[in-house]
Design a protein around this ligand. Structure first.
Ligand code: HEC
Length: 289
């Protein structure tokens, strides 16, 4: 864990006091420090008639550019993902070959009460369970083929979009209350702060240290808010992109060999990023460039 504090000078000043106190074992203190870090940097920025609040961070990089925010709002009026939402709903309601539906699986009865429960750490199984995985486990329990992960199966992303939309307005609330959950958090944190690839960049370099700055033509989003709005509809790809798929994309963009989508590392990363977004509204799916 020590290497992580060397990733950026900006992060150094943020992490040092915490490292002394807790050696990375105080997720809530780390989250609050991160929020304070962003509020110290951006809290005096005007955003839609008020000073930027942490709740606004669900809009990603749009918070740094009024023109982008206006474009985003315009695109959300008749969003390009409407067909995908409808397709996701159909998939959700379509009976499996055995006659049952997703609603028969544990915790899946009420579509409005699903998205906000994920990701969570399952102590019995000793692993992070995210929604992608839970959907697949429901399928295989009903003798259906699992969807391929990492964007290889479009149907999974459509189902994710439908469930995200059903839970709009609810808040991210990831709990860490066991040693296993803490280990997963620490693994996710390490993945986030480790430099990698030919460009030798960590997630933190771009999404903490350089948040609000431009890389080529793109404004960089802060980590806080990263998990609120997925799957996102990327106009550049003309398609829905899941959070796991985005992780793989960002790893490839620094020319690193990506971890597999929904493997241990990227589920831990999702757990860490979701914890850092605690208290923010779920508003997926959302348009992104
Ligand atoms: C070299 C810089 C760079 C690195 C390193 C990088 N990303 Fe990104 N990332 C981007 C850019 C550019 C975008 C698109 C603009 C934006 O939304 O930030 C992006 C977008 C994202 C988004 C979507 C944000 C949104 O609002 O939809 C997530 C989530 C994300 N990155 C996570 C990660 C994670 C996790 C890592 C480490 C595995 C990582 N990124 C590494 C540059 C980077």
């Amino acid at each position: 864990m020590k290497n992580k504090i060397l990733t950026t000078t900006l992060f150094l000043s943020l992490a040092m006091p915490l490292m002394n106190a807790s050696a990375g074992s105080e997720p809530e203190a780390e989250r609050q420090a991160l929020v304070k870090h962003f509020m110290d940097r951006f809290g005096s920025t005007d955003f839609e008639g008020h000073k930027l609040k942490i709740e606004d961070f669900r809009h990603g990089a749009n918070i740094f550019d009024p023109d982008k925010m206006a474009q985003f709002k315009g695109s959300e009026e008749f969003p390009a993902y409407l067909d995908h939402l409808e397709a996701g709903e159909k998939l959700w309601k379509k009976p499996f070959a055995n006659g049952k539906t997703y609603a028969s699986c544990a915790g899946f009865a009420d579509t409005k009460q699903i998205r906000a429960k994920y990701p969570f750490f399952d102590d019995g199984r000793g692993e992070v369970v995210n929604l992608d995985q839970a959907i697949n486990e429901c399928r295989t329990a009903n003798n259906e083929k699992a969807y391929a992960f990492g964007g290889k199966d479009k149907d999974l992303t459509k189902v994710l979009a439908y469930l995200a939309n059903e839970s709009r307005g609810q808040k991210i609330s990831v709990a860490i209350n066991s040693p296993g959950a803490l280990d997963a958090y620490n693994l996710g944190e390490m993945v986030f702060h480790t430099r990698r690839g030919q460009l030798n960049q960590s997630c933190a370099n771009c999404h903490i240290g350089s948040a609000g700055m431009r890389i080529r033509s793109e404004l960089l989003s802060p980590i806080v808010g990263h998990t609120t709005h997925f799957p996102s509809y990327r106009s550049s790809a003309n398609d829905l992109v899941s959070l796991q798929q985005r992780y793989v994309g960002c790893m490839s963009s620094v020319r690193a060999l990506p971890f597999p989508a929904n493997g241990k590392e990227l589920k831990a990363l999702e757990f860490y990023e979701a914890f850092m977004s605690n208290g923010l509204e779920i508003d997926g799916p959302a348009m992104r460039p």
